[in-house]
Design a protein around this ligand. Structure first.
Ligand code: GLU
Length: 441
């Protein structure tokens, strides 16, 4: 059995942190087992689905490195759904209904006013052949419902939630095909999972009730269902996944300078008790992936934590991985000197401009003679080895300054900043001429 998972977004928008979480777990689960990860575009909603969004989703996955092994679109598979519906009809598990949305609404209101659950009353099951002929003769096109088995208790061993069960008697027979002939999500998803050999379905807990319905569909169609896993939906630091955070798409993450691997590394561990590790390759993340570690909680997504993880990952990135994104002239040595100070790779350009100059540095009046002393001292020193420490030692002996008063004015004059990379490593990058000029001002 090849472990096969699918990620099934509707192409009605781009990916955001919430559904990237789904993609990450399905991808890692499949890859850990050497299996397949399929992109399924749930585009049965023809009015809202667009090719531009489909392409956007492909681009988002490519940026994240979650490259699918195959892609299918539900709009290409209508014949398979028709065949399944026909089979269900023949065995009495699908039936035609004619109520208008208004009629259904009135029925629901009446049920609610009587304190009853607003489930469909199955009135259409009582229609005779003659009734069907009459209604269709009146030009009313039927919609189709799947008939749940109200007596069959639905149970599954959820890979995250553990033993789970739902009483189908509490659920409405779901509409599977609309009067206009278009399919709703429920049945196509099952038909696709069967045809694509999906072995594991990982999705949000908002699909738990759908799972009860879909397990009955698998059974009716004579197929073993995939293993199911439902995770708690992501929340933000302030309790709910706010618009700004929840809708953070790959464009926004890119703009923030977040490495795609940081997004995957973070989402792979979010909601588990395990530490989030600065792992920079997908194979290692897959190897360490364990769906069972996801508890029955709502993982909390914190953009600040993502930035922190990003920094830890950037601190490990080798020059080869970033050279195309660095400013011209910045070499491997410079990268290693500057890297520990970065939260994002893009910030390297900022430090490189400090190296190359020109820089603006505010010099305190009481440091002016000290810096003149430093200039003279540096001019005398041979430019090799640890020039920085040689300079500081010489100035210490000459001026009696210590600690911060000794090196802080030098850092500020040489870089225009009060903090930054190790001066011992930065000074050789700045070079003798520029350093002397900066001390002379
Ligand atoms: N298109 C559905 C969604 O995005 C897929 C759900 C599923 O994984 O079956 O919610």
């Amino acid at each position: 059995m090849t472990v096969t998972t699918r990620f099934a977004p509707s192409p009605t928008g781009r990916l955001h942190v919430g559904n990237i979480f789904t993609a990450v777990h399905n991808y890692l689960l499949a890859k850990k087992a050497g299996g397949r990860f399929i992109l399924r575009l749930d585009d049965t909603d023809r009015a809202r689905s667009t090719e531009a969004f489909a392409q956007g989703i492909r681009d988002d996955l490519a940026w994240l490195g979650l490259v699918p092994d195959a892609e299918v679109r539900q709009s290409d598979r209508v014949a398979a759904y028709d065949a399944a519906l026909e089979r269900l009809h023949a065995m009495g598990r699908a039936y035609r209904c004619y109520e208008s949305p208004e009629e259904l609404d009135i029925k629901r209101k009446v049920q609610l006013s009587r304190g009853l659950p607003p489930a469909y009353d199955r009135a259409a099951l009582k229609l005779s052949d003659a009734d069907h002929a009459r209604l269709e003769g009146e030009g009313i096109r039927p919609h189709w419902r799947f008939r749940l088995d109200h007596d069959g208790h639905v149970e599954w061993d959820d890979l995250i939630r553990g033993p789970s069960h739902i009483d189908p008697a509490s659920l409405s027979d779901p509409v599977v095909r609309r009067a206009d002939g278009g399919y709703l999500y429920m049945l196509p998803s099952v038909v696709d999972d069967i045809d694509l050999g999906i072995t594991h379905v990982v999705r949000g807990e908002d699909h738990v009730a759908n799972s009860a319905i879909q397990l009955q569909m698998f059974e009716a169609l004579g197929c073993a269902p995939p293993r199911l896993a439902h995770f708690g939906l992501l929340t933000s630091v302030d309790g709910e996944l706010s618009k700004r955070v929840g809708s953070a798409g790959t464009e926004a993450l890119k703009e923030l300078g977040i490495e795609p691997i940081a997004v995957v590394a973070m989402l792979a561990r979010l909601g588990t008790a395990d530490a989030i590790e600065p792992v920079a390759d997908l194979a290692t993340l897959a190897e360490r992936h364990d769906l069972g570690r996801l508890g029955n909680t709502h993982p909390r997504f914190d953009p600040a934590e993502l930035r922190h993880l990003n920094a830890r990952i950037v601190h490990q990135l080798p020059f080869e991985a970033v050279r195309d994104r660095l400013p011209a002239g910045m070499d491997g040595t410079a990268w290693e000197v500057i890297r520990p100070n970065l939260t994002t790779v893009a910030e390297a350009a900022d430090w490189w401009s400090v190296v190359e100059g020109p820089i603006a540095a505010e010099i305190a009046p009481e440091d002016e003679s000290y810096l003149a002393e430093a200039h003279a001292g540096l001019a005398e020193l041979p430019w090799h080895g640890d020039v920085w420490h040689a300079l500081v030692e010489a100035l210490k002996a000459r001026t009696g300054r210590k600690g911060k008063a000794l090196f802080q004015p030098l850092r500020r004059a040489l870089t225009g900043r009060d903090h930054g990379p190790e001066m011992a490593a930065l000074l050789p990058l700045i070079g003798r001429e520029r350093a002397l000029a900066r001390l002379a001002r």
